[in-house]
Design a binder for this molecule. Structure first.
Ligand code: DX5
Ligand code: ZN
Length: 216
């Protein structure tokens, strides 16, 4: 099973963001995860295009952009142009998900769908073959540092079975409350990509924490 780590800059030091990106560039991180929030789909506002444009100028890692926004179709091209390598839209915000996913892929970048904790995996059965990644929220989106929702392990298992059943190469990413304990169980359940924000950036040595997450 391929194992990846995608630190979320939601918990980075925005007074010294360049320093944190340099740390990530020199770490075992596979992606940099950006939690874009609009204050409508989720009860918080984080950051947008300018931050991703500036990080893209210095990042040596692919940018994994998680759109927690309504009407994501309006912003796919701007985020692609800002440097996104992967764009994740929420299932709950897309009326024509198949069209949205293919629009992202036609831009030459990876397409991913995110499910909130209450949204069943089975809803992806007819789109899974088109996806590069599925992001499962293990907290209710909007804030870092929340408690991991235990039902996520079952959803990872279900999604792993769905993906394997379709002979798909689709990755499983999990976001929220990831630490050494939950991360190890998530990999064991079949997840590939761990998003970690507070656990990484609040640790004594973020670079080492990232390496240790990779080796779980
Ligand atoms: C929730 C955010 C968080 C963030 C990671 O909307 O998506 O899940 O990425 O948060 P931590 O790792 O601090 O729980
Ligand atoms: Zn995220």
């Amino acid at each position: 099973m391929k194992k990846f780590v995608a630190p979320s800059i939601l918990s980075a030091d925005f007074n010294n963001l360049g320093k944190d990106i340099e740390m990530l560039n020199n770490s075992m991180a596979d992606y940099i995860h950006f939690d874009v929030m609009d204050g409508v789909f989720v009860p918080n506002i984080s950051f947008g295009i300018p931050v991703i444009e500036h990080v893209n100028k210095i990042s040596k890692k692919p940018l994994d952009v998680h759109l927690m926004i309504v009407k994501p179709d309006k912003f796919i091209v701007p985020f692609k142009n800002a440097g996104a390598s992967i764009i994740t839209v929420h299932f709950e915000t897309c009326q024509h998900l198949h069209r949205t996913i293919h629009f992202i892929k036609e831009l030459g970048i990876k397409a991913s769908v995110c499910l909130n904790p209450h949204t069943p995996v089975e809803l992806l059965a007819d789109i899974i073959a088109d996806l590069d990644m599925v992001l499962l929220m293990s907290v209710n989106p909007g804030f870092g540092g929340q408690k991991f929702i235990e039902n996520t392990y079952k959803k990872v298992n279900q999604l792993r079975n769905l993906i394997d059943g379709k002979n798909s190469e689709c990755l499983i990413e999990v976001d929220g409350g990831v630490n050494f304990e939950t991360g190890k169980k998530l990999y064991e359940a079949g997840a590939n990509v761990l998003v970690a924000g507070s656990f990484v950036f609040n640790s004594e040595d973020p670079k080492t924490t990232i390496s240790q997450l990779k080796e779980l």
